[in-house]
Write a protein that binds this ligand. Structure first.
Ligand code: GAR
Length: 191
């Protein structure tokens, strides 16, 4: 999926929590050399802190409770098509999307995960990395496939885990590199 010259690819960011990656992607989208514009924020959590960025940056937001997945996903697909969204970035989105949804946007949904995939797929990545005394950790941006955290890897960044690291320090360290890596991944696939 390459960028059309002169146009920015309309992008939706899906979140469930704090939204530091969302904020970072919004700032990236404002840059002249960025191939994307952020046109929609979707959260499955009504009180997600990251939704404040929708207000701050005047971006349309939708809160969609995915308890009835089939119905909610249909609703999301309609909104995405209506808004001509061509790229979906999952950024701390903690729900698993169905195969049907993913296939509908094949090659157009990407995710950031706080580990060096294929290591530590799923939840509690930092906890498991620390318990295993990993010397390195990092983050990965990958295409989303129906099997969790298993899609084709776009880019990865490795960092050293120090003996002094705990859950909080490791999380912060990894988030810092996530903010560099996500824009880099987007540029890699779109320019
Ligand atoms: C990030 O570390 C992201 O990699 C992780 O959640 C955090 C969200 O932070 N995502 C996952 O674990 C997905 N399985 P943010 O809300 O501040 O961007």
């Amino acid at each position: 999926m390459k960028k059309l010259i002169g146009y920015k690819i309309k992008t939706a960011v899906f979140i469930s929590g704090t939204g530091t990656n969302l904020k970072n992607l919004i700032n990236f989208s404002y840059k002249k050399n960025s191939p994307i514009s952020i046109d929609l924020i979707i959260s499955n959590i009504k009180k997600a802190k990251g939704l404040n960025y929708a207000k701050k940056y005047k971006i349309e937001k939708k809160i969609i409770n995915l308890d009835n997945k089939n119905k909610s996903e249909k609703k999301i697909i309609n909104i995405l098509h209506k808004k001509k969204i061509k790229l979906v970035c999952l950024a701390g989105f903690m729900k698993i999307l169905s195969k049907k949804f993913i296939n509908n946007f094949k090659g157009k949904i990407i995710n950031i995960h706080p580990s060096l995939l294929p290591k530590y797929k799923g939840l509690n990545t930092h906890k498991r990395a620390l318990e295993n005394n990993e010397k390195f950790s990092g983050c990965t941006v990958h295409y989303v496939a129906p099997k969790i955290d298993s899609g084709k890897i776009i880019i990865q960044k490795k960092i050293r885990v120090s003996k002094k690291d705990n859950l909080k320090t490791l999380r912060i360290k990894v988030l810092k590199i996530e903010h560099k890596l996500y824009p880099k991944a987007i540029k890699k696939i779109l320019t």
